[in-house]
Design a protein around this ligand. Structure first.
Ligand SMILES: NC(=O)c1ccc[n+]([C@@H]2O[C@H](COP(=O)([O-])OP(=O)(O)OC[C@H]3O[C@@H](n4cnc5c(N)ncnc54)[C@H](OP(=O)(O)O)[C@@H]3O)[C@@H](O)[C@H]2O)c1
Length: 279
């Protein structure tokens, strides 16, 4: 495993698993399988409504809590709720979160940020971050907040490598955690000829080549998978190294296109979207 050092000295594993679009039972199985395969970083969210299943998967795996880097995200409708973090901890069945994100840049994010700063000071949260924040709001948080964000979580993959954002991150020492690291499984991306060529060269799958490219680009990856073989493969990316030439070849795949573009209307909807209890 390789690690990313956060600006407060904490070490974050560079590869983990995400449980977006999984039922609580699926998240439970996926997390248990991942932890048994050696994965130590788990990414969930209030909004995935599977934090309880994620917590069950952690306990079923038998892996000690302190060996796991647990990541979750507050949903906008609870940004201002004083008990939001306590309730998140209860669902996960733990007494601290390694990294807590604000999930969306809704108008009330500054209040949400105060809430996670408070939890950080109380030791309930070990690091804080911002997910899906446009660069101007990220810069505002860096300039004005007492406890600086340590990580951003954004869409990133060879079709959209986040070149502009990475300049801000390089100046501040913040980490990038890539969501949709495999383009949400898009076959067009995964089967790009440049990736197939490198997969043959290294005896790896195209997905492993993409994930290795992320690691060497400095990105933490959280690929989602319900398939135990994929979960194992996605973690088996630390025994080879792409050359500068290989990295340049993958850079040619950049289309400057993302799968998801937030509009003000979508963000406004998130602010109204109530969570259902996860079972
Ligand atoms: N902050 C945000 O707003 C946000 C938004 C979206 C996602 N996320 C986070 O990012 C994580 C990853 O996103 P994602 O799961 O949607 O997309 P992804 O990781 O890019 O792709 C997942 C898809 O790829 C397939 N896959 C996984 N490993 C594979 C392999 N080795 N070979 C071939 N196919 C493979 C999976 O199918 P199988 O099940 O068959 O393996 C699944 O269909 C989420 O789980 C979540 O934690 C965050």
């Amino acid at each position: 495993m390789e690690y990313f050092a956060l600006n407060n000295g904490i070490k974050m594993p560079m590869a983990g698993i995400g449980v977006f679009m999984m039922s609580p039972a699926e998240a439970e199985a996926s997390v248990e399988s991942a932890l048994r395969s050696g994965v130590r970083l788990i990414d969930t969210a209030n909004g995935y409504m599977n934090e309880s299943g994620t917590g069950r998967g952690i306990r079923k795996s038998g892996v000690a809590r302190e060996e796991i880097f647990l990541v979750t995200k507050l949903w906008p409708t609870v940004y201002e709720k004083e008990t939001a973090i306590e309730e998140t901890l209860e669902r996960l069945g733990t007494d601290y979160i390694d990294l807590l994100f604000l999930h969306q840049p809704t108008d009330n994010w500054r209040e949400g940020y105060k809430n996670i700063e408070k939890a950080y000071r109380e030791g309930k949260v070990k690091a804080i971050g911002l997910s899906n924040f446009p660069e101007d709001l990220l810069q505002e948080a860096i300039d004005t907040m007492e406890i600086k964000p340590q990580v951003v979580q954004v869409e990133a993959h060879p079709y959209f490598p986040q070149t502009e954002l990475k300049k801000i991150l390089a100046e501040t020492g913040m980490g990038l955690m890539a969501w949709y690291p495999l383009g949400h499984g898009d076959k067009n991306l995964v089967n790009e000829a440049a990736l197939t060529e490198l997969a043959e060269k290294y005896g790896k799958s195209n997905a492993q080549i993409i994930l290795r490219w992320h690691i060497q680009s400095g990105n933490v990856v959280i690929p989602g998978s319900k398939n135990p073989d994929h979960i194992r493969d996605n973690f088996d990316i630390f025994d080879f190294e792409l050359t500068d030439e290989d990295m340049a070849k993958i850079a040619t795949v950049d289309k400057g296109v993302r799968y998801y573009t937030a509009t003000p209307e979508i963000i406004a909807q998130y602010a109204q979207m109530e969570l259902q209890p996860d079972l």
